[in-house]
Design a protein around this ligand. Structure first.
Ligand code: GLY
Length: 337
């Protein structure tokens, strides 16, 4: 798995833009722009791209545009948003997640996944930037479908939903990267926490903030009973214990986003929980050796990992969201999403 279009490749320029914003050191800007130039090639070879175009282009092109005002970076961001909007299925009212291929199968045209809540901010951005509500219409429709089918009444989330892409009818909610069908994959849950809070930020629609809170409360209750360390799945058997620090970092960043939208009496619930997660993960997982690339160990890509190669290892988005959350607490972050 990998290649230039792999969904994680925006996190390195994202870290660099965060560091440029915090320090004004030019090395971060020039390096981020060089990575952005490499990623831009994807826009002309788009067959490999899927809904994760938001994860690729928000922390690179759009971050560049927000920071420098570059016309070329703006064009890349709008181009990427058009590709994402092109994945919308108007009958099912969802953005198609993946492409048909050897990895995902012959027909995944009806699949939506919770992760996409972090991709649709590219559409909200494009709507404002191009002064064209079509992009936001698509983002909101997708978010409402996710609310209806992915978020359960207790605030836990499915990872994936399959619709009939011709009729839009619900087919199934297969298990994804978590323990199995009906479980609660913690990183998916963290995408919901942060993603619904962002849909509130961009639309002002209260129902999105309430959904973000409900998803957050589910995480908080699990984390609070577990030393604030994120399990890979909040609804998996007690043994074996498997952690995913990346879920913790994304949840912490998402809780800080929620905290920015609530009143003073509610704020401590979210900020204290975020701090508890960051502190617990620092103690157990952080590696502060300056000779090594990664900071946060303990990241797990998916629950059922036959080789173990992707279980409790350093993963770049763990580092990215850790940096984002800490800079945000310091009042020095760049808004990326
Ligand atoms: N967006 C893919 C993942 O969280 O693993």
């Amino acid at each position: 798995m990998g290649g230039l279009g792999f969904w994680t490749n925006g996190f390195w320029p994202g870290m660099l833009w965060q560091m440029f914003h915090a320090t004004s050191d030019e090395i971060y800007r020039t390096t981020a722009q060089a990575v952005g130039d490499r990623l831009a090639v994807l826009l002309d070879q788009f067959e490999g791209l899927d809904h994760d175009i938001g994860f690729l282009f928000l922390p690179s092109a759009v971050a560049d545009y927000r920071t420098t005002g570059s016309a070329e970076a703006r064009r890349r961001g709008l181009h990427a948003a058009n590709l994402l909007a092109g994945r919308y299925n108007p009958v099912g009212r969802y953005i198609r997640a993946w492409n048909n291929n050897m990895f995902f199968g012959d027909d995944v045209s009806g699949r939506m996944i919770i992760d996409c809540m972090m991709n649709i901010p590219l559409l909200y951005w494009a709507s404002k930037e191009a002064n064209d509500p079509r992009f936001a219409h698509i983002a909101k429709a997708h978010a409402r479908t996710a609310q209806q089918y992915i978020v359960r009444p207790d605030g836990s989330c499915n990872h994936m939903i399959d619709f009939d892409s011709a009729t839009g009818e619900f087919i199934n909610n297969p298990g994804g990267q978590g323990f199995g069908q009906g479980s609660c994959w913690s990183r998916g849950q963290s995408w919901a926490v942060y993603g619904f809070a962002l849909s509130y930020r961009h639309t002002g629609e209260e129902e999105f903030l309430n959904t973000a809170k409900r998803c957050a409360h589910y995480c908080i209750s699990s984390l609070a009973t577990n030393g604030w360390l994120p399990l890979v799945d909040y609804r998996a058997p007690a043994e074996p214990v498997k952690y995913d620090s990346t879920a913790g970092m994304i949840t912490a960043a998402g809780l800080l986003e929620i905290a920015s939208h609530v009143g003073e009496y509610e704020k401590p619930l979210y900020t204290k929980a975020a701090l508890n997660i960051l502190k617990a993960c620092d103690k157990k997982f952080c590696n502060w050796d300056p000779e090594q690339d990664s900071i946060v160990d303990g990241g797990t890509f998916f629950y059922h990992d036959p080789t173990g190669d992707n279980t409790e290892v350093p993963i770049i988005y763990g580092d990215y969201y850790f940096i984002e959350a800490v800079l945000r607490l310091l009042g020095k972050d760049l808004f990326i999403w």
